[in-house]
Design a protein around this ligand. Structure first.
Ligand code: Q9C
Ligand code: ZN
Length: 341
């Protein structure tokens, strides 16, 4: 299995996020991707290739042009106003307020975001552009006939909406890849999101489309971030009615219950008759994850990979979350090994 990787991800290196009322060191850090890469090499998963440069046009297929332009200049605008310390939003549009783009960077940050956990740093734009290229390079391998590829993206992407960032995500790498597969001729693409958190951004991007099925297993939003999307009654709208499937699961969920939901999601993907599968691969379902509350164990991840391989579809894995840093490599690559075996 080919892994696509660029060390440009390390240019995004946030200092802190708002957590339990305090500013704490960012859980989402460069070491995460470095350890996944190290594990890929340690087990000999296969070759590691750099991304091709695709530019921003394929990113704008799923993100609004003004949002992309905002991200491109946000750091410079922030530095001009506040100096060289990470940009974090502190105010958002509440009900009854107006959606007008402010001139001031503090207003723009809130306008284009939904949480205070996602800092913009000096290298953020270069890193997220590179992550999109990593995902697009993986998609191109699938288009060219590869059975499977691993896009080792960082920062993650599945929380990013068409014009809104949050949850450590800016460009929705999996959505960019799914759209690229469609644009290259796949009639139907399934996105299966197995990160612990609901993939609110991916769901919203494809919610009214019947050509992209979105299925997600995640912590129930009544209990867990992102709280405001990911309920089981969200089934899609218009042409997309019936092509959105959520499996909200309670705190403490272990592998038996999780795996039953996975089997259900894979059955739905089979009836959709997808031409390709994009897997949003988060391993923050792990029992040792510092911000999550499922109970999957390291031995479960290869079983997941084998189940995914059973779908029999050309499959692109796109890296999402996982914050038990010392275990992220073994767990994420465990899924890939289970798929390949
Ligand atoms: N007090 C991904 O896994 N913060 N994003 C959680 C912390 C946001 C996770 C609450 C978690 C986002 C890609
Ligand atoms: Zn997550």
């Amino acid at each position: 299995m080919i892994t696509i990787y660029s060390d440009a991800h390390a240019l995004h290196d946030g200092k802190a996020e708002l957590h339990d009322g305090k500013l704490v060191s960012s859980f989402e850090m460069p070491r995460r991707a470095e350890l996944v890469l190290a594990r890929v090499q340690e087990v000999g998963l296969g070759p590691v290739s750099p991304p091709k440069i695709f530019g921003l046009d394929p990113v704008r297929r799923v993100h609004a042009p003004d949002y992309v332009a905002f991200l491109e200049t946000a750091w410079d605008e922030w530095v001009a106003e506040h100096g060289e310390y990470d940009a974090l939003p502190f105010t958002w549009i509440g009900p009854g307020m107006r959606r007008v783009v402010p001139d001031h960077i503090d207003g723009k940050l809130g306008y284009y975001s939904f949480d205070a956990g996602t800092p913009i740093t000096a290298g953020t734009f270069r890193a997220i552009r590179s992550a999109a290229d990593v995902a697009l390079t993986g998609a191109e391998l699938i288009v060219r006939g590869e059975r499977v590829a691993f896009a080792l993206t960082r920062p993650p992407g599945h929380h990013a909406h068409r014009a809104c960032y949050g949850g450590y995500c800016f460009f929705n790498n999996a959505a960019v890849a799914a759209q690229a597969l469609r644009d290259a001729g796949a009639d139907r693409v399934a996105v299966l999101d197995i990160d612990y958190h609901h993939g609110n951004g991916t769901q919203d991007i494809f919610y009214s489309r019947g050509d992209v099925l979105f299925a997600s297993l995640h912590a129930d939003p009544v209990q867990e971030y992102p709280y405001y999307l990911g309920f089981s009654d969200e089934t899609g709208e218009g042409a997309g009615e019936g092509t959105n499937v959520n499996y909200p699961l309670p705190f403490g969920t272990g592998f038996d219950v999780w795996h039953a939901a996975l089997r259900h999601a894979l059955a739905r993907i089979a009836t959709f008759r997808a031409d390709a599968l994009v897997v949003s691969l988060g391993v923050d379902t792990y029992k040792g994850d510092p911000i999550s509350r499922f109970r999957l164990d390291t031995a479960d991840y290869p079983v997941i990979g084998a189940a995914l391989a059973g779908a029999g579809l050309p499959t692109l894995f796109v890296m999402e979350g996982g914050y038990a840093v010392e275990a992220i490599g073994v767990n994420a690559v465990g899924v890939l090994q289970g798929f390949a075996d």
